[in-house]
Write a protein that binds this ligand. Sequence first.
Ligand SMILES: [Fe+2]
Length: 160
Amino acid sequence: MLSHLEPYLLMPSALTPTALIERADQLAASAALRDALLGLGEVPVRIRHTPLYDAWLLPWAAGSVADLHSHDGSYGAVAAVHGVLRETVSTADGVRERIVRPGDRHGYRPGDAHRLAAGDARAVTLHLSSPPLPSGPCFSAAPLVGAGPARRTAAGITVR
Ligand SMILES: [Fe+2]
């Protein structure tokens, strides 16, 4: 029998969407994000990496699209930093579309799926995942996350 609690018993294995949104807000106001924005080119940049979560800045060329994808078993949050995107979201509650503007942020649960499309101007988004996704965040016309056999989301949409 343990005489004290082992540290790993006290540590969560994932952050909730609400906790990820709080971290997104902290990052959005940080010097680390401002510095990363100055050097951001055309590829995603990871600006935070911990055992519990990671955070990426994603640049979106005008008109670029990330196909509908899920995030496997990870919780997530996305925040628009610059520009405007259209997002299609599939959850257990159904499918909806929304416009994502700078300052907007949304959380995701495992099994949720979404599609993001930039408008007619460049955009930048901040993506957080917990636990971190092994292959990084979604980006480009091809889904990098959840690639593999097609499966159905809770709302009945087939994703890869
Ligand atoms: Fe995503």
